[in-house]
Design a protein around this ligand. Structure first.
Ligand code: FAD
Length: 444
């Protein structure tokens, strides 16, 4: 059955990045029967996008990424739902390893090929780097080379999703949160080939013409994705600056060093977020997602929202402190707070997985963010809607197709395999084992 504006559409994960964007673009196109479902209200407390800030940059990995980045840049700049949350502080990508420096040179060549060479400046010496980012004076940047992106900057992530939520309310979108928004299973036809809705944790049965699963890192534990996505956690920590310190760091470009990590200028409350750079952490459990024929090993997120005493492994404290010592040596003894893990879904080739589930007509997945998709918030939903309407551009359809067996999502395009949280001490501080109540994905 083809779609029209009266078709009913369920969006699970609608309080997160891709899901809220999908609901937004459906609503903007006049669809009248949209229901956003999520464990948490928008912006979801466990969404990877519910964060102080994310990097805004142009990805040149392939033509699809480049097109999406340019569309996103335009929307962050001009769409009033998003533009207040784009901070054009500029961005420094820098490195010290020879491989990293080669990657940087490759990026410049790709930018030149794309006619965007004029948007960046190659920084060959420490002095040139400090001229662009004076806050790095005194840091150990010996041997660093860099690219300065005048157009880059950062996105006030949680605020931007909240802005989407406000627009969804104005459009009259329906919401179900908590147990009545938590995906449990699909409703299938007798022959099991057509999806006509979904059941939530409280037993509510929602009938619909289309079901979209935009449930981020939780998706592989909700339905059988045939190992195409692997959920992994990355980490961050925050530090509080004094008003005097804020004066020095306000307006500082985003500094991203692929060997070390990245940090952002302080927000309006004087808080700086610091991340390290590493291949992520998995959390493998035996589990049977909906549609899988038997229990199997699946990496399952453990949400900070549900487990607020969780922090990150001891190993992360070392690498985060290393990043602080390199970027912000004056703050190396500052206390860190809100030290947390945040979950993403890697695919083998780092392209999204946005397609109809081949076994269930009417059920669509919109996931596989691979840790770099927040910047797509304003525009990714437009393409999910095109998929639902059958008008998705051929190259996007090809890049985002169902593709089991095409590579190893556990490794993805990262430098090494992710370590498993079971082998890493330091992150779990429950006084009792709360995992038994961790049933958003049926794990016991
Ligand atoms: P999410 O935004 O996580 O949304 C998933 C939603 O599904 C959530 O709302 C969740 O509550 C919901 N859900 C879960 N289970 C259920 C269920 N059973 N039923 C219903 N709903 C459910 N990207 C960038 O572009 N730039 C960056 O600088 C950047 N930095 C990052 C730094 C860190 C530390 C991390 C972790 C990620 C970073 N990313 C960045 C990646 C970016 O955050 C993600 O790619 C993006 O937010 C993923 O969006 P999503 O919609 O797939 O998932």
């Amino acid at each position: 059955m083809s779609l029209d504006i009266n078709s009913s559409i369920l969006i699970f994960g609608g309080s997160g990045t891709i899901g809220s964007s999908t609901a937004l673009h459906l609503a903007r196109k006049g669809y009248r029967n949209i229901r956003v479902l999520d464990v948490y209200p928008i912006p979801s407390a466990q969404s990877a996008g519910n964060d102080l800030n994310k990097i805004m940059g142009t990805s040149l990995r392939n033509p699809v990424d480049r097109q999406l980045s340019l569309e996103a840049e335009d929307a962050w700049s001009n769409d009033p739902t998003f533009s207040p949350y784009y901070h054009r502080s500029g961005r420094l990508d820098c490195c010290v390893s020879s491989d990293g420096i080669n990657d940087l040179r490759d990026t410049v060549a790709k930018l030149e090929d794309a006619g965007l060479g004029h948007t960046v400046e190659w920084l060959d010496t420490e002095a040139q780097i400090i001229q662009r980012v004076p806050q790095l004076t005194g840091s150990n940047i010996q041997g660093w080379k860099g690219i300065f992106f005048e157009r880059g900057g950062w996105l006030a992530a949680a605020k931007a999703i909240d802005s989407v939520g406000r627009e969804l309310m104005r459009h009259g979108v329906q919401f179900s949160f908590g147990d009545s928004g938590t995906f449990q299973s699909l409703i299938l036809s007798d022959d099991g080939k057509t999806c006509s809705g979904a059941v939530t944790k409280d037993g509510t049965r929602y009938l619909a013409d289309r079901v979209v699963l935009a449930s981020g890192a939780w998706t592989p534990s909700l339905v059988d994705l045939e190992d195409q996505c692997c959920s992994k956690a990355w980490v961050y920590a925050h530090m509080q600056l004094t008003p005097e310190e804020v004066k020095e760091y306000i307006g500082c470009p985003v500094v991203y060093n692929e060997d070390i990590g990245f940090f952002f200028e302080p927000n309006e409350d004087g808080i700086i977020k610091v991340c390290d750079e590493f291949p992520g952490f998995t959390r493998y459990k035996t589990h049977q997602p909906f549609g899988a024929s038997k229990p199997t090993l699946v990496s399952i997120p453990r949400s900070h929202a549900r487990h607020p005493t969780d922090t990150y492994p001891d190993a992360s404290e070392i690498t985060i402190r290393k990043a602080i010592a390199a970027f912000l040596p004056n703050f190396k003894d500052k206390e860190l707070f809100n030290r947390a893990m945040c979950w993403c879904a890697d695919t083998a080739d780092a392209n999204l997985l946005v397609c109809e589930h081949p076994r269930w007509k009417g059920c669509f997945v919109a996931t596989g963010d691979s840790g770099h998709s927040f910047k797509l918030l304003p525009i990714i939903g437009k393409h999910v809607v095109e998929l639902l309407e059958g008008t998705l551009q051929e190259d996007l359809r090809e890049a985002w197709r169902w593709r089991p067996g095409s590579g190893d999502a556990r490794k993805s395009t990262r430098a090494a395999l992710a370590k498993d949280l079971a082998d890493l001490p330091g992150w779990k501080h429950d006084s009792v084992d709360t995992e038994k109540g961790d049933s958003d994905h049926g794990v016991v």
